[in-house]
Design a protein around this ligand. Structure first.
Ligand code: SF4
Length: 256
């Protein structure tokens, strides 16, 4: 019990104050509004410690996969954990660049549970977006998405060819978000909000409805949040039962 709490605290402390100042490869193709909120450090629903431990577990699986790759004669690991060349827009680190003696490939390893793995017949769109950017920045025409079932270690792999049109559209979208961040314009929500899978897992799904559909000025949005907070606290004061609302359903209260 005592140890469990300390371990949870270690993970929860690590996620605090993670302000974002530049794009990551994982932002490619993601909701522009959620990216905006991350940059502006909008208070977000904290991830639970066990989810954060799962991310660590994912890193561990990557290392397990790399171990045989370093020993297989047919494959040469040219570089592991390799950062994309520095440039202004985006940063990221590919799991590896490998060679079969003829061609170079960017390798991106993803782990998932049995249920998702079983139904995986093609690479996930968001993973293709990420590897496309790696291919672009490394100037390598082919990549491999290697999926690992973290429950039984089964593998599936897919070759991905560089798609310049897709990359340009991803970069355009990121440049557009950057402009909106600089101009303090909160981007529109996703067209299929709230059904999109990103909304289901979004750490900003409590504040997103306050901005409503369409773009909104950042300062106007902050005023709306303040208004919502004060009207909700008035209601809470008048109804004792409301005071017992769980913190997970309250509006963010930290300063931003
Ligand atoms: S709830 Fe959906 S639309 Fe709103 S910020 Fe999150 S991902 Fe974007």
């Amino acid at each position: 019990m005592f140890l469990r709490e300390l371990i949870d605290k270690f993970y929860l402390d690590r996620q605090k104050d993670k302000e974002q100042h530049h794009f990551y490869i994982t932002d490619a193709g993601k909701c522009a509004r959620a990216i905006f909120f991350k940059f502006k450090n909008v208070p977000r629903k904290e991830m639970e410690a066990n989810i954060l431990r799962l991310f660590d577990h994912g890193d561990h699986i990557h290392q397990l996969i790399m171990k045989p790759l370093l020993s297989i004669r047919e494959i040469h690991v040219v570089a592991a954990e390799v950062n994309i060349p520095p440039q202004e827009l985006i940063s990221g680190r590919a799991d590896a660049i490998i060679s079969n003696g003829k061609n170079l490939y960017v390798l991106d390893i993803k782990s998932m549970n049995s249920m998702i793995f079983k139904n995986l017949i093609e690479p996930k769109e968001e993973n293709i977006d990420q590897i496309q950017l790696y291919l672009h920045y490394f100037k390598i025409p082919r990549g491999i998405l290697l999926y690992v079932n973290k429950d039984n270690q089964q593998l599936k792999d897919f070759i991905v060819n560089y798609d310049k049109k897709r990359v340009l559209s991803l970069l355009d979208a990121l440049n557009d978000v950057k402009k909106k961040i600089d101009k303090n314009i909160i981007p529109d929500r996703l067209p299929d909000y709230p059904k999109n899978w990103q909304c289901r897992y979004c750490q900003f799904k409590e504040v997103c409805p306050i901005a409503n559909a369409g773009e909104i000025n950042w300062n106007d949005f902050k005023k709306k949040v303040e208004e919502d907070k004060s009207s909700s606290s008035t209601t809470e004061a008048s109804a004792e039962v409301e005071k017992k609302k769980s913190s997970s359903t309250s509006l963010p209260s930290e300063a931003w």
